[in-house]
Design a binder for this molecule. Structure first.
Ligand code: GBH
Length: 444
């Protein structure tokens, strides 16, 4: 890597991130069905119909995986808890085995000197709640607050920091308007409701954790840089609206207790009644902001005749295996912009950043130089933001392991550690070894 630990401020947190459904193996330990299992079982939704039933078998191999975290020299591990593992029906009786699992996992982190950063929801909604309308149903905010209380009563005393929901845009827009993730809807009314309810759930969950006396509560947003596809005013307006739906909707609500007017123009007719009354709760104080950043998009108008009239066109920059442009400047932009416009002095974490490639194991090694380059360039953007006074407090690589990449199945590999999905053997890639070297603590 092009950096050493000492190039970052004292106490800067380095970590890696994962999520429950993508690594644990949902078939194990008495977890209930989720809308991701249903989505994956419906032909056409997921590449080869792949699902998370076994995934990386982290459910059984977690000690080995935490050992890898420690070996890399990380300070913190960002993981998520599966609602359906903890409460198989989504509501009602908890599954003791599920609670025990997260209890052991958190202790395992502490034993290895890793700070636990928990995300309570990373996309696998219990199917019984999906059957009741899922994120379209206002009650989801209370169901989620109840789940929050159950899981955090068990592990909250040892967790270092917590965010209720990973990437509200994905939960709401990607899943209910673009149809790309469970439940796979393409419906503006469903989307508008989910856009509001996901934030209400964030607020209620935060409130439940405050009631338990927990601290260090944050929010994790996925931000995507939007650039106009060409030099027309129409493209400029489209890119601006994309930024509104993707980025400003969530940041404005949580940090300013308001929705941006340009997005409301399209969503207001479909919003649940009296949404205004919820903004106080949605915007209750938090302690940190998390940014997941991967790429940028070139945006222009479309001719569908339907709001929001947006389309994206292929950009000219080098791309990852996801087809996503590599654009580190976007991370610099977001760190400085979020700090200036929304942060109000809050510490900012890069809670995810990383790239997919089609890595191959050759003679026991994986040479993933492009990932090393990607991480270098983005960590450089982080350092530039810090040098300008942005309080960036930590950086988490997505991801520790190759894992279930949602609708794209298993062959887009994001891991620092290669996973053979037949034998489940883990092999640290070159990027893991490079990071380990950079993170080494040497006596001055
Ligand atoms: C993260 O989301 C997730 O938190 C994580 O679970 C996942 O494994 C990881 O990314 C890698 O995908 O080209 O039109 O599909 C990132 C949010 C939303 C970022 C979609 C890129 C591309 C839009 N992503 N976006 S499109």
């Amino acid at each position: 890597m092009d950096f050493k630990r000492l190039d970052f401020p004292d106490g800067f947190t380095f970590g890696a991130a994962t999520s429950s459904y993508q690594i644990e193996g949902h078939a194990f330990g008495g977890a209930g069905p989720t809308h991701w299992d249903s989505f994956a079982a419906t032909p056409g939704n997921v590449v080869r119909g792949e699902h998370g039933a076994r995934a990386c078998d982290h459910y059984h191999r977690w000690p080995e995986d935490l050992d890898l975290m420690r070996e890399a020299g990380f300070d913190a591990y960002r993981f998520s808890t599966s609602w359906a593992r903890v409460m198989p029906g989504g509501r009602g009786a908890p599954n003791p085995e599920g609670l025990d699992f997260y209890d052991r996992l958190v202790d395992g982190m502490l034993e290895r000197g890793l700070k636990p950063y928990a995300t309570l929801y990373h996309w696998e909604l219990p199917q019984p709640l999906a059957d009741l309308g899922g994120w379209r149903n206002r009650d989801i905010a209370s169901w989620f607050a109840d789940f929050t209380t159950v899981i955090m009563s068990r592990i909250g005393d040892r967790v270092h920091a917590t965010a209720p929901i990973n990437e509200p845009w994905c939960v709401a827009w990607l899943s209910h308007f673009l149809g790309a993730q469970a439940p796979g809807m393409r419906d503006i009314r469903a989307a508008a409701r989910a856009m509001h309810h996901v934030l209400l759930a964030h607020g209620k969950s935060t409130q439940a954790m405050r009631a338990l006396g927990l601290k260090n509560l944050g929010a994790v947003m996925n931000l995507e840089y939007s650039a106009p596809a060409d030099s027309t005013p129409e493209a400029a307006a489209s890119a601006r609206l994309y930024d509104g739906i993707y980025n400003r909707w969530f940041l404005s609500a949580v940090c300013r207790k308001e929705y941006p007017a340009d997005v409301l123009e399209g969503l207001a007719p479909h919003m649940p009644e009296n949404w205004q009354d919820d903004l106080d709760l949605i915007g209750a104080p938090i302690d940190w902001l998390g940014i997941n950043y991967y790429t940028r998009k070139l945006i222009g108008p479309d001719d569908s005749g339907l709001w929001p009239h947006l389309t994206d066109v292929e950009g000219p920059l080098p791309k990852t295996a996801m087809g996503w442009e590599i654009y580190p400047e976007g991370l610099y932009h977001f760190l400085t912009w979020v700090h200036r416009e929304f942060g109000d002095g809050l510490p900012i974490f890069v809670t995810e950043n990383g790239m997919a490639s089609y890595d191959r194991l050759e003679a026991g090694k994986v040479n993933d130089q492009p990932r090393i380059d990607y991480l270098n360039a983005h960590l450089d953007a982080v350092r530039r933001a810090i040098a300008e006074g942005v309080p960036v407090a930590g950086y988490f690589v997505w991801s520790l392991l190759d894992n279930y990449e949602w609708a794209l199945g298993y062959d887009k590999r994001f891991g620092l550690v290669h996973v053979d999905f037949d034998t489940l053997e883990r092999t640290p890639k070159a990027s893991f070894l490079a990071l380990k070297q950079a993170l080494e603590r040497r006596e001055a």
